[in-house]
Design a protein around this ligand. Structure first.
Ligand code: PMP
Length: 359
C-alpha cells in the first residue's frame, strides 16, 4: 500500500479512483467519456446540479449564497477578489500568516490599495497574532485571510471575528475538512486539488449582496462573479473533468457521513502525529500549539543529511510526497480528507523505526 502525503495535487480516495476507472469510457450511458460530451448537454447539466446540491448540503449553505466552479486556481482569485470587490478608492485589509496570504496581498496590491492589519512574518510564521493586536480595518472593502497556510503549517483554529466588513477566506488547503459556519463569510474560495478533487477547478462561494458591488467595466469578464453566476459558471468552456472529480469527492464525503465525522477524523490524524513528534525528542515542529495545522504537519530532523535519508527511506517504504516546501526544507505530511488514519499510523510507525535505526 502506498500512502501519498503530497501537498496538492494530493491523494484521492481509492474508491473514487476505481469509479473513475470504471466509467471512464462510457459515462452515464452517453457512450462517451465525460471529457467528450457537451457541457451544455442534459447529462452534464444534470450532473452539475447534483454537484451544487451536494455542496450545499455538506456546507448547509443558506439560499443567499452562490457557488461558482471556475478555472484559474486560487491564484486567479488573488486577482479576481480585488478586481470584483475593491474598486475605486477602497482599501482592502489583509492578514499575513505565511507564504500564501502574503502572495495574495501582493497580487491584490496590483489592483487596489492594501492595508496589512497583522503580520507574523518577523516571527518566521510560527504563530498567529491575536485579534486584539490587529490594526483597525473598519471601512475596508473586505478583510482577507488564509485559513490554513499550506507551506508554513499553521491554521486559524476559529473563524476570526469580523462584523463590520465582508470576511473573505482562502480555504485552498482546508475546504470541507471540518464543519463550517459559512454565514460568517462574504466569500470563500479554494483550489480543489487538495481536499476536494484535482487541479483545474476553483470553488468560489459568494454572498448575494456582494454581487451588486462589482464594477462592470474594470473586471475581466472571465473573472466577473456576477457574469459567472448568470452563466452558471460556464461563461467559457469549463474544466469538465476536474468538475466531475469534485462531484465524485463530494458524494464520497457524504457517504463518509458528512463534515462532522470527516472533521473529527482529520483532527485525530493530526493530533496523533503531533503527539508523537513532541514526545520523540528527535523530530521537531516549532509552530505554536494553538495554531498548528491539521492539514499540513511540518517537521524537521536534527540535520539535513538525516532528512534526506528519512525521505529516501520513507519512499522506499511506500510513504511518498513527504518533502517539505523548497523554501523551508524539512518534512511535510499533508493529511487531507483522502488520507486514511492507517496512513498516519504507517507514517508514525516508520518514524519510530527511523529513530531507532538512525539516531
Ligand atoms: N492558497 C493556498 C493556501 C495554497 O495552498 C495554494 C496552493 N498550494 C494556493 C493558494 C495557490 O493555488 P493554485 O495553485 O490553485 O493557484
Amino acid at each position: 500500500m502506498i500512502y501519498n502525503f503530497s501537498p496538492g495535487p494530493a491523494m484521492l480516495p481509492l474508491e473514487v479512483m476505481r469509479q473513475v476507472h470504471e466509467e471512464f469510457f462510457n459515462w452515464r450511458e452517453t457512450g462517451a467519456s465525460i471529457m467528450e460530451i457537451s457541457h451544455r448537454g442534459p447529462v452534464f447539466l444534470q450532473f452539475i446540479e447534483e454537484v451544487e446540491a451536494d455542496c450545499r448540503e455538506l456546507l448547509n449553505l443558506p439560499s443567499n449564497y452562490r457557488i461558482l466552479f471556475l478555472s484559474g486556481g486560487a491564484r486567479g482569485q488573488f486577482a479576481a477578489i480585488p478586481l470584483n470587490l475593491a474598486g475605486g478608492d477602497l482599501t482592502a485589509a489583509y492578514i499575513i500568516t505565511g507564504m500564501w496570504s502574503k502572495i495574495a496581498s501582493e497580487e491584490a496590491r496590483r489592483y487596489t490599495k492594501v492595508k496589512i492589519i497583522s503580520s507574523n512574518e518577523e516571527s518566521s510564521y510560527t504563530h498567529i497574532l491575536p485579534a486584539d493586536q490587529w490594526q483597525n480595518f473598519n471601512g475596508a472593502a473586505y478583510l482577507h485571510y488564509t485559513e490554513n497556510e499550506t507551506v508554513h503549517g499553521l491554521e486559524f483554529p476559529q473563524i476570526p471575528l469580523c462584523e463590520t466588513v465582508p470576511l473573505i477566506c482562502d480555504m485552498s488547503s482546508s475546504i470541507l475538512s471540518r464543519p463550517l459556519d459559512i454565514t460568517r463569510f462574504g466569500l470563500i474560495y479554494a483550489g480543489t486539488q487538495k481536499n476536494i478533487g484535482i487541479a483545474g477547478l476553483t470553488l468560489v462561494i459568494i454572498r448575494d449582496d456582494l454581487l451588486e458591488r462589482i464594477p462592470q467595466t474594470a473586471t475581466p469578464s472571465i473573472f466577473n462573479y456576477a457574469l459567472q453566476v448568470k452563466n452558471r459558471s460556464m461563461y467559457n468552456t469549463p474544466p469538465v473533468f476536474p468538475w466531475y472529480m469534485t462531484g465524485l469527492i463530494l458524494k464520497w464525503l457524504k457517504k463518509e457521513g458528512g463534515l462532522v465525522p470527516v472533521g473529527a477524523r482529520n483532527q485525530r490524524k493530526a493530533e496523533k502525529l503531533y503527539q508523537y513528534i513532541d514526545q520523540s525528542g528527535f523530530y521537531k515542529n516549532s509552530i505554536d500549539r494553538a495554531y498548528r495545522s491539521r492539514m499540513n504537519v511540518i517537521f524537521t530532523l536534527p540535520d539535513s543529511d538525516q532528512e534526506q535519508l528519512f525521505l529516501k527511506q520513507a519512499e522506499f517504504n511506500g510513504l511518498i510526497g513527504l518533502k517539505g516546501h523548497n523554501s523551508l526544507g524539512g518534512v511535510r505530511a499533508s493529511l487531507y480528507n483522502a488520507m486514511p488514519e492507517e496512513g498516519v499510523d504507517a507514517l508514525i510507525d516508520f518514524m519510530k523505526i527511523f529513530v531507532q535505526k538512525f539516531s
